[in-house]
Design a protein around this ligand. Structure first.
Ligand code: PLP
Length: 399
């Protein structure tokens, strides 16, 4: 097996070989066949690359080869977004009457699949505290088919014990599906801990340039074939150009992740003792309640951290407004730093009771460090926190 830098650049070498050094873009909706036999064969080649782009395209297969090499899986397929990867997989793997377990701390879209979409289709779901592996055991029923994992979770950076939950699931014949978006395969490979399937919002780190919406599902070919049967019906196909851009992005993933890791850790350390900050959520800090577990299953801790401002909602909004480099935007994983204040973003989406139930404090800011120079990002964040601290002290004096 090669190293990750080499795999990111060469793992797709045998997929539609060409003398072009950069991969051609197969901007075609369909492919012609030499004869009836070839046509019939291409039509049933799941995740193929020679029939009709909704069924598969060389640009899809190239990204799949690289992601499979990075994630240590047999195969991988691409979809039009991260959510398309998740919904396609879930709809391909469960039926009415089945039961699915998920986490309480999870990306909002995944939460909605568990709380709204699946119950509407007759699939029951249970959400558990992911920090307690026993909670997964207690939630199992004879109808449980699938466990959805996400570690570190968005936005609270909670860690799931992958080996414990995957071992439990295997012992009961239940499939596990882990969202590896925050960690990336450079920091964590869920299948090395026994997880069956891994998915990504490839919109984030895998692409890394905030210019593509895409998803990836990686795992054993036999299970991906079942998911691919659903994918051709759902039709959430990644366009060839976006697939080509994703391939170009993933080539530099190992280089970018090293800088994201360095920036995430430096920001977490610099802010964790700041007087304007009540708490920093980052699995790489010794103060994170699951730091020891994170060290066992992660090689690095990523670029995303949660910063809870002591002054609550207004302080968080002010902190975000004072950052020079991290602009207010709902994504992460690109070369540029981005930040979100979940409580203000959710104002129009969720009621006050739902925000309270999420466990996300009103003063929490999710900062996604890009690949800028560490000193610049740290100086910027500390200056923003200093300013919040000064203003809130003055407010306290005048009240
Ligand atoms: N998983 C995580 C952890 C995310 O943060 C997101 C999006 O923010 C998704 C999945 C959904 O991915 P996409 O927006 O590509 O559909």
């Amino acid at each position: 097996m090669t190293g990750s830098n080499t795999a990111a650049v060469h793992a797709d070498r045998d997929v539609q070989p060409s003398h072009a050094v950069a991969r051609p873009i197969y901007q075609t909706a369909t492919f012609w066949a030499e004869d009836a036999d070839q046509f019939a064969k291409a039509a049933v080649d799941r995740r193929g690359q020679d029939f009709y782009t909704r069924f598969g395209n060389p640009n899809h297969a190239q990204v799949g080869a690289v992601v499979a090499a990075l994630e240590h899986t047999e195969a991988a397929m691409v979809t039009a977004s991260g959510m398309a990867a998740l919904t396609t997989a879930v709809l391909g793997l469960v039926s009415a009457g089945d039961h699915v377990i998920g986490q309480r701390s999870t990306y909002g879209g995944t939460g909605s699949v568990l709380l709204n979409l699946l119950p509407r289709l007759g699939v029951t779901t249970t959400l558990v505290d992911q920090t307690d592996p026993e909670a997964f055991a207690r939630a199992l029923t004879p109808r449980t088919r699938l466990i959805l994992l996400e570690t570190p979770s968005n936005p609270l950076l909670q860690i799931t014990d992958l080996a414990a939950v995957a071992g439990l699931a295997r012992a009961h014949g239940v499939l596990t599906l882990a969202d590896n978006t925050f960690a990336t395969p450079l920091n964590q490979r869920p299948v090395d801990f026994g997880v069956d399937l891994v998915w990504h919002s490839a919109t984030k780190y895998l692409n890394g340039h905030s210019d593509v919406s895409a998803g990836v599902m990686a795992g054993p070919a036999e299970i991906l074939d079942r998911i691919a049967d659903t994918a051709v019906l759902i039709g959430a196909t990644l366009g060839p150009i976006d697939s080509w851009l994703l391939l170009r992005g993933v080539r530099t993933l190992p280089l970018r992740v090293a800088q994201h890791n360095a920036n995430g850790l430096a920001l977490a350390e610099a802010l964790s003792h700041h007087p304007a900050v009540a708490r920093v959520y980052y699995p790489g800090l010794a103060s994170h309640p699951q730091h020891a577990l994170a060290c066992r299953q992660m090689a690095g801790f990523g670029g995303v951290l949660g910063i809870e401002l002591a002054g609550g909602y207004d302080a968080a909004d002010e902190f975000l407004g004072r950052l020079r480099y991290s602009r207010r935007a709902a994504s992460l994983g690109g070369v540029e730093s981005l930040a979100v204040h979940p409580a203000s973003m959710w104002r129009g989406m969720l009621g006050a009771d739902q925000i309270a139930a999420s466990g996300v404090a009103l003063g929490l800011v999710r900062l996604a460090a890009g690949t800028e120079d560490t000193e610049d990002l740290v100086a910027d964040a500390v200056a923003a926190a200093d300013s919040v601290h000064r203003n809130h002290k003055e407010e306290a004096r005048t009240v």
